[in-house]
Structure formats: structure tokens, C-alpha cells
Design a protein around this ligand. Structure first.
Ligand SMILES: Nc1ncnc2c1ncn2[C@@H]1O[C@H](COP(=O)(O)OP(=O)(O)O)[C@@H](O)[C@H]1O
Ligand SMILES: [Mg+2]
Length: 155
């Protein structure tokens, strides 16, 4: 992919209050790009699902670091990466199946990955048991009504 016109990377601990922090961070990144209301809501929700998974599954009962990276390219494609160094997923294909959850008794409904998928143009999940998980979400924003779409990447 070409160089982004903007990019952020931050890390935070897997504390439950940091799920809303992650939503605020992604909103702050997106707002200057003039997303429409639905795009903003979709992406906030997808990030929230990915971060919640790190908190409740990856670092279950412990605390670890979550890395959130967001980049925007000149054609308004967004690349958002949520990464943990937690327990990892044995079978990613099965984990991505709608309604599959390893925590049915904790009110999990197994729709997190399906939600992330439906709110992205492409979702990739790479995971190694014992090492961690990286979720990458690609989404192209619709043209900006404010005409901010034609920015050039810095040289
Ligand atoms: N970051 C992660 N680390 C370890 N396991 C994960 C992670 N994200 C998801 N999983 C596994 O994938 C399953 C499906 O995730 P998801 O679709 O979000 O449903 P839910 O969170 O409701 O269980 C989880 O139950 C869990 O076993
Ligand atoms: Mg989930």
C-alpha cells in the first residue's frame, strides 16, 4: 500500500475502561476525514468489538497491552489494526463463524467477528496460539462532502 496521508499508533492496557477510550481515539482520527454518520458508527463499533475481544479473551484474567493503529490513504481507504500478545486463537476459521463463542455463559453472543466483517470491506485475522492476534480491517470511506478527499501523502 502507498504511504498514508495520516497515521496513528497507540497502545493501552487491557482494562475495560479502555474500550470506550479506543472508540474515542478512532473517532478523533476519523472526524477530520469527514466520514458520514453511518461510517463513523460502523467503524467505532468494529473497533470496539476488536478491542473487547482483546480484553475479554486474549488477556482473560490478566492485563496486557493492546496496540491500535489507524492509517488513512489518499483514496480514503482506512486500515485499522488491533493487536494483542495474548492467548491467541487455535482455529481462526471456527472463531469467525457467526454465533461461535468460547464464553456462552458470560453473555457473549459470538457475533463480534461477524460485526467487524459486516462493517469492513476486508477483515483479516492472523493469530498464533500463545503469541497473540492481529485483526486488520480495511474500509474505504465514501467521498467527502467537504471535498477533503484529494490530499496528497507527505513526501
Ligand atoms: N483477541 C482474541 N484473542 C483470543 N481469542 C479471541 C480473540 N478474539 C476472539 N477470540 C475467540 O473467538 C471467539 C469469537 O469471537 P467473537 O466473534 O467476537 O464472539 P464473542 O466475543 O462474543 O465470543 C471468542 O469466543 C474467542 O474464543
Ligand atoms: Mg467478541
Amino acid at each position: 500500500m502507498k504511504r498514508p496521508i495520516n497515521e496513528i499508533k497507540c497502545t493501552f492496557l487491557s482494562r475495560s475502561e479502555n474500550e470506550s477510550l479506543a472508540r474515542s481515539i478512532i473517532s478523533g482520527f476519523l472526524l477530520p476525514l469527514d466520514p458520514d454518520v453511518e461510517e463513523l458508527a460502523d467503524i467505532r463499533c468494529a473497533v470496539s468489538e476488536a478491542v473487547t475481544n482483546c480484553i475479554v479473551h486474549a488477556y482473560r484474567g490478566t492485563t496486557g497491552r493492546i496496540a491500535l493503529t489507524a492509517a488513512c490513504y489518499a483514496d480514503r481507504t482506512l486500515r485499522i489494526v488491533v493487536e494483542d500478545k495474548g492467548c491467541g486463537i487455535d482455529d481462526v476459521k471456527r472463531a469467525r463463524t457467526p454465533l461461535y463463542t468460547t464464553c456462552p455463559d458470560e453473555d457473549r453472543c459470538g457475533m463480534g467477528f461477524s460485526i467487524m466483517e459486516s462493517f469492513s470491506d476486508k477483515l483479516s485475522v492472523i493469530s498464533k496460539p500463545g503469541k497473540g492476534t492481529r485483526v486488520t480491517l480495511i474500509r474505504r470511506l465514501s467521498p467527502s462532502s467537504a471535498g477533503a478527499a484529494d490530499e496528497k501523502a507527505p513526501t
